[in-house]
Design a protein around this ligand. Structure first.
Ligand code: ADP
Length: 543
């Protein structure tokens, strides 16, 4: 027999091929560290043995109530043990977890329940008014379960039973079946849908498994790590940290509200070592009152992404003793797809220069197969010259299966064999990408492309500016001009002319905002500034 044939005859066997699924991380950690704390929530602490038993109870109880392969279970909750447990129990049945964005209104929630065909809704009484209205608007008959969390603010109960009562129906040793295939759907996530209906992004077990391991590696998690839940679990399943933290045998510290005082208190009390958050969350920590800030003598790693972190924000976080990792990704890529991998030479750079390097979105995560900055029309790769602007394109096993019940949007997103992110970037000679804007956010003034991020970067460097966002404003002469929305630090006094003078001193003149508006910025629950609202405000400013 020749070698080629001999190789081709070696086949897949149950002994050498098992579907990849993040559910196995829990089984393994519960075997190795049964008595270590897996989950903290206020005064509660569950060991890995208890965490696994609770997940098995939930899976068993849902199975007894008829939930099986391919069924959708929706959860409306902040970062609580119930939502974390749902990340194991539901996929372990081959069912699909639909973690709902708690900021959505009743009409949107009803849309998600209908479109996702949810059979069960596990909901926190905190959201009872929205959920009551959503249940009134949906045609579906659902089993509704109320989370009875002593740490929560409480609220009206809408369901047939409580979450703890449901758990009591289940078997703590339930032998869950797991997925049949690693391509099976595990999670359904509706994107924010700023225009039109939200799209349902579908994840598979394989992608979740890989992305979680990639994150654990990139963010250096281990069994001594303590991870604070400052990023919503409903957002890309918490960038897959819901599984990564368990894979490493680390401790999850739940957090119902993202507030500076609670974050600093948790860092001190639980010796938190890792947390994630949008740049806005970092900015909140930087500008927290002095009596809220605590000094800590251990290392706290913070991963940031979801929006471009201004280098000034990175620099201030470092000055407070945090080590910053910059990640970039989208819901469609299971959260992080790239990271700004550290280079030892950067240690020696002055802090401003180092922060500028770190503000780039970087290189592919270890589990992403391919990354390129390409031509949107042809999908051809563009030169790595740090100048040519193109679209960020991703390819690999950590890209969504597609949009639920939306074949045309899926096909458009995957045109030419690349996932099209809609983000514009340059590719540097050292292979690091740097995002300049979203396709829809780029400002075209007098025929020149102006990156709103570049102007924001400049504004964040002003010592009296706390936050800034720049959008296009229609202009009869220039087509569009940059319009800056600025929030000042407390006690600061600045006029529009001061802001414009600062920009003129630091930017090419055609990039300088023509309009400056002061006030707070509208944000999403994940801390993203809602530029579409600012664009509307800019339009409403008139001439
Ligand atoms: P949505 O489109 O609902 O905001 P996502 O939360 O998936 O959905 O956001 C993904 C987008 O966020 C990306 O397309 C990109 O524009 C932006 N983004 C995420 N991370 C970064 C980053 N590190 N730097 C710049 N932009 C980022």
């Amino acid at each position: 027999m020749d070698a080629k044939r001999a190789h081709s005859e070696l086949g897949k066997d149950p002994a050498n091929h098992v579907p990849l699924t993040p559910v196995t991380f829990l089984e393994r950690s519960a075997t190795i560290w049964p008595n270590r704390v897996a989950v903290r929530h206020g005064r509660l602490a569950y060991t890995y043995r208890e965490f696994e038993a609770r997940c098995r109870r939930l899976a068993s109880a849902l199975a007894r109530r008829g939930v099986g392969r391919g069924d959708t279970v929706a959860v409306m909750a902040t970062n609580t043990p119930a939502l974390l447990e749902a990340h194991y129990a539901i996929p372990a049945l081959g069912a699909v977890l639909n973690a709902l964005n708690t900021r959505l209104d009743a009409r949107m929630i009803a849309f998600c329940l209908d479109h996702g065909e949810a059979r069960v809704l596990i909901t926190d009484p905190e959201f009872a008014p929205t959920i009551r209205a959503a249940l009134g608007a949906t045609q579906r008959r659902l089993l509704v379960v109320d989370i009875d969390d002593a740490e929560g603010p409480g609220g009206e109960r809408l369901g047939e039973l409580t979450y703890e009562a449901l758990l009591n129906e289940g078997d703590p040793a339930f032998p869950w079946p797991g997925p049949l295939d690693e391509w099976d759907s595990l999670s359904l996530l509706y994107t924010s849908g700023t225009t039109g209906d939200p799209k349902g992004v579908v994840y598979h077990h394989r992608g979740a498994y890989l992305n979680a391991l990639g994150n654990a590696l990139a963010f250096r998690l281990d069994a001594d790590s303590v991870y604070l839940w400052t990023l919503p679990m409903f957002h890309c399943n918490g960038w897959t940290y819901t599984w990564a933290v368990t894979a490493a045998g680390s401790t999850h510290v739940c957090l119902r509200r993202v507030e500076a005082a609670r974050i600093f208190a948790a860092i001190r009390e639980h010796r938190v070592t890792h947390m994630c958050g949008a740049p806005i969350v970092l900015n909140m920590l930087i500008h927290a009152p002095d009596d809220v800030k605590v000094r800590f003598d251990h290392r706290v790693d913070v991963a940031t992404g979801g929006a471009a972190p201004p280098s000034a924000v990175i620099e201030s976080m470092e000055a407070m003793g945090f080590r910053v990792t910059h990640l970039y990704g989208l819901t469609e890529s299971y959260g992080p797809a790239t990271l700004c991998a550290w280079q030892n030479e950067w240690d020696a750079l002055p802090s401003t220069e180092r922060a500028q390097r770190m503000a780039r979105q970087g290189v592919a995560m270890p589990t992403l197969a391919h990354l390129q900055v390409g031509n949107s029309e042809t999908a051809a790769a563009l030169p790595r010259d740090g100048l040519t602007l193109g679209e960020v394109m991703l390819r690999g096993n950590t890209i969504m299966k597609g949009y639920f019940k939306n074949a045309s949007a899926t096909a458009a997103a995957f045109a030419g064999g690349w996932y099209r992110t809609g983000d514009l970037a340059v590719w540097h000679p050292d292979n690091y990408i740097e995002i300049k804007d979203r396709l829809k956010d780029i400002i075209i003034t007098g025929g020149e492309n102006v990156s709103s991020l570049e102007i924001e970067e400049c504004l964040y460097r002003h010592p009296q500016i706390m936050e800034a966002a720049v959008v296009a404003r229609l202009d009869p002469d220039w087509g569009e001009t940059p319009c800056a929305f600025v929030t000042l630090k407390s006690g600061a006094k600045l006029e529009a002319t001061d802001v414009i003078a600062w920009c003129r001193a630091n930017l090419a003149h055609f990039k300088v905002p023509k309009t400056v508006v002061f006030g707070p910025l509208p944000k999403t629950v994940t801390g993203k500034i809602q530029k579409y609202m600012l664009r509307e405000r800019a339009r409403d400013l008139g001439d």
